[in-house]
Design a protein around this ligand. Structure first.
Ligand SMILES: NC(=O)c1ccc[n+]([C@@H]2O[C@H](COP(=O)([O-])OP(=O)(O)OC[C@H]3O[C@@H](n4cnc5c(N)ncnc54)[C@H](OP(=O)(O)O)[C@@H]3O)[C@@H](O)[C@H]2O)c1
Length: 266
């Protein structure tokens, strides 16, 4: 299998390249721009990949809120450019296509989307563009961490600064980019993995609850509460976007990845 990884300098892209080894080729700014149709078709013609794994995105949701045209170009037009090459496409999307609880349960693939902000609305249009072609795959995930991201930030803040301030008004599933990359590589070599998937490490938490769990484990530091409401940033955040799945793609539970991250960092 020859895989083209788009957004390959990002957190998830790097994990994919690590797993794919010689079968993965990375593409990212500034040499490769997913919004440039000719650049995309030239790169695909030169590489002739069996599958494209698209992780490119503008993940700063506040920036997207203030720059909706850029968000639309990367998340919708970019996905269209990739889908139009005719190569099987696996593209990554977000839990933020949901805003609130559907009866205090995990949100499933069949639940109707309700994008919470500009970032998510543009990602949802990208999802639709990908899924218009049969055989393509959309994977929604949530609050990724690798060597950086929410969980390492909580651990290093508690250990190095003795304090972390985390929000109480967003419940979702924190997901390890490494464990998601393993699922994506599996999908890349299995053409029957098409359609829409929710892929997260299960265990719905607020960042505040996660920080308290970490503090209780490492017995150091103080956790302070805040809220998105108080921070008054540009983009609204979902109150509840904990993803569940109706497909057979279970990732390890949050407990397990929390243990791995603590072992690695402490
Ligand atoms: N991070 C999360 O918490 C999270 C949660 C849910 C879903 N997701 C989704 O998961 C995927 C991977 O996220 P991530 O955390 O790995 O993101 P990331 O670290 O921000 O990486 C995204 C990469 O895409 C690149 N990119 C941006 N615009 C591009 C363009 N026009 N052409 C080519 N590449 C471009 C970025 O380059 P620059 O850095 O130069 O802009 C960056 O290297 C994304 O689809 C994201 O929407 C992420």
């Amino acid at each position: 299998m020859k895989a083209m990884v788009v957004g390959s300098s990002g957190m998830l892209g790097l994990e994919l390249l690590k797993l794919l080894g010689d079968s993965g080729s990375g593409y990212d700014l500034p040499d490769f721009d997913v919004t440039d149709r000719k650049c995309v078709s030239d790169a695909v013609a030169a590489l002739r990949p069996d599958v494209i794994l698209n992780t490119s995105a503008l993940t700063d949701v506040d920036y997207c809120e203030e720059n909706p045209d850029e968000a639309e170009k990367v998340h919708h037009k970019g996905v269209l450019n990739l889908a139009d090459t005719g190569v099987r496409l696996i593209t990554v999307s977000t839990d933020q296509v949901f805003t609130r609880s559907v009866g205090n349960r995990y949100i499933l693939e069949s639940d109707p989307a309700e994008p919470v902000n500009v970032y998510a609305a543009s990602k949802l249009r990208g999802e639709k563009a990908a899924l218009e072609i049969s055989g393509n795959t959309v994977v929604r995930t949530s609050w990724l961490f690798g060597d950086r991201g929410l969980l390492p930030w909580i651990i290093s803040s508690l250990v190095n600064k003795g304090v972390v301030t985390a929000v109480t008004d967003q419940t979702s599933c924190i997901t390890s980019a490494g464990s998601l990359a393993e699922i994506l590589v599996g999908m890349a070599s299995d053409e029957s993995s098409s359609g829409l998937f929710h892929c997260v490490n299960h265990g719905a938490v607020t960042p505040y609850e996660l920080a308290c769990t970490v503090r209780d484990r490492i017995k150091t530091g103080v956790v302070k509460a805040t809220s998105w409401g108080k921070l008054a940033l540009a983009a609204p955040r979902p109150v509840w976007s904990a993803l569940g799945t109706e497909r057979d793609t279970e990732l390890p539970p949050l407990e397990e990845v929390l243990d791995q991250c603590l072992q690695k960092m402490l």
